[in-house]
Design a binder for this molecule. Structure first.
Ligand SMILES: Nc1nc2c(ncn2[C@@H]2O[C@H](COP(=O)(O)OP(=O)(O)OP(=O)(O)O)[C@@H](O)[C@H]2O)c(=O)[nH]1
Length: 370
């Protein structure tokens, strides 16, 4: 059975909504996974070893080494002391950081030492070599700070890379999972749809079979009733056809041949009525035809055609009491299709058929004003 356009549309909409849901889930995940980026960057540039922290200690150390060079140079005393004092002051200004005092034990004594040296140099109370030697301890401290800040920065970068790798992994596996789940949903949906299609098809076929006469392939009594209801308010003609002396035919030829005759008659009635009628087998040797009937004369002409058509076909009947071939008794009535009118129309056609039977068979009658 071809999938109906509506079912296909529904399938696409469901598939689309699943994709959208997966996409949304992925977006939520990305936003969730990215939440660490900004605090991480902030941490990188503020709390741990930072570029600024390292640069300040480096600059301060360079000033102190400059001061040492100036103290040990051969420039005039006055100039050398002034330049060294200036560099020590600059170094003090850079190294006098709260974070250095808090984090490094050597910071406090070094700053005190620089303070003392600056005062001694200003008072010319220390010789140049002693002052240069005294700068080694603060230089060592600043070098230590500088290296430590570098180490901390390296560690922060490593942490940053590691967490980036982990978050990327989470993101990759989650995307894969969502993709697989999308496929699974799609497969489940398709399977359900196929099952529903199959069940619908089976129900449809079962209903079709329930409405068919298995021997002749034409409709049965239920189909006749259903078709009448489907043609509400239309002018219809109902023709009932009964084989004459069918029992004798069966007795003479046997039931299988009787079955063949039933099939042949079903085909003949259809052909005679030019396929304008819907045919039914009501049971046994009784058929019915339902057709459009604008007036009673049309119905009469159909009935006449049936009798003449059978005569022309000339089916043999070896046991016909009147020594004829197979003959039919036909009764008809016209009615406006409705659930309420149909039983009366059926009764009227049946009465007409009965009249034919009682009048010797092989003929037709209609009941007017059913
Ligand atoms: N071969 C065959 N015979 C059937 C079938 N259904 C019913 N019959 C036979 O049809 C015959 C109908 O007999 P009756 O109702 O007496 O009708 P009739 O012999 O045609 O007599 P009248 O209608 O009065 O002319 C019976 O012998 C049934 O056994 C069928 O499916 N196949």
């Amino acid at each position: 059975m071809q999938p109906r356009p509506l079912a296909r549309q529904h399938r696409y909409i469901t598939w689309l909504s699943l994709s959208l849901m997966s996409f949304l889930a992925l977006m939520v995940l990305i936003v969730y996974e990215s939440r660490w980026v900004y605090p991480e960057i902030q941490a990188y540039f503020s709390q741990t070893g930072s570029l600024t922290g390292q640069q300040l200690s480096t600059r301060a150390r360079v000033y102190l080494q400059d001061a040492q060079s100036e103290l040990l140079s051969d420039q005039p005393e006055q100039e050398a002391l002034e330049a060294a004092t200036m560099d020590i002051d600059l170094a003090y200004g850079l190294a006098d950081m709260h974070i250095y005092r808090r984090e490094y034990a050597c910071a406090e004594p070094s700053l005190t030492e620089l303070d003392r040296l600056a005062a001694l140099l200003a008072a010319r109370d220390i010789d140049r070599i002693a002052a240069a030697m005294a700068l080694f301890a603060p230089i060592q401290c600043l070098t230590h700070i500088e290296m430590d800040q570098l180490d901390r920065r390296g560690a922060a970068i490593n942490d940053f890379s590691e967490s980036t790798r982990q978050h990327s992994l989470v993101l990759t596996y989650s995307s894969l999972l969502i993709f697989v789940m999308g496929l699974l949903f799609w497969w489940l949906h398709e399977r359900q749809l196929r099952r529903t299609d199959r069940a619908t098809q089976e129900t449809f076929e079962w209903m079709q079979r329930a409405m068919r006469d298995p021997l002749t392939g034409i409709g049965n009594r239920s189909a006749l009733h259903q078709d009448v209801l489907a043609k509400q308010h239309q002018s219809l003609g109902l023709i009932l056809v009964d084989i004459d002396f069918f029992k004798q035919y069966n007795d003479a030829y046997g039931h299988p041949q009787g079955d063949t005759l039933l099939r042949q008659l079903a085909a003949l009635i259809g052909k005679t009525l030019n396929d304008k009628a819907q045919l039914y087998r009501l049971g046994g040797d009784e058929f019915a035809a339902l057709l459009h009937c604008p007036d009673i004369d049309t119905l009469k002409s159909y009935c006449h055609q049936l009798i003449e058509g059978l005569r022309e076909a000339d089916f043999m009947h070896p046991a016909h009491p009147d020594k004829k071939g197979v003959t039919l008794s036909v009764g008809g009535s016209c009615f406006v299709a409705d659930e309420a009118t149909f039983p009366y129309a059926y009764e009227a056609a049946d009465k007409a058929l009965y009249r034919v039977k009682t009048m010797g068979r092989d003929g037709w009658q209609v009941t007017e004003d059913a």
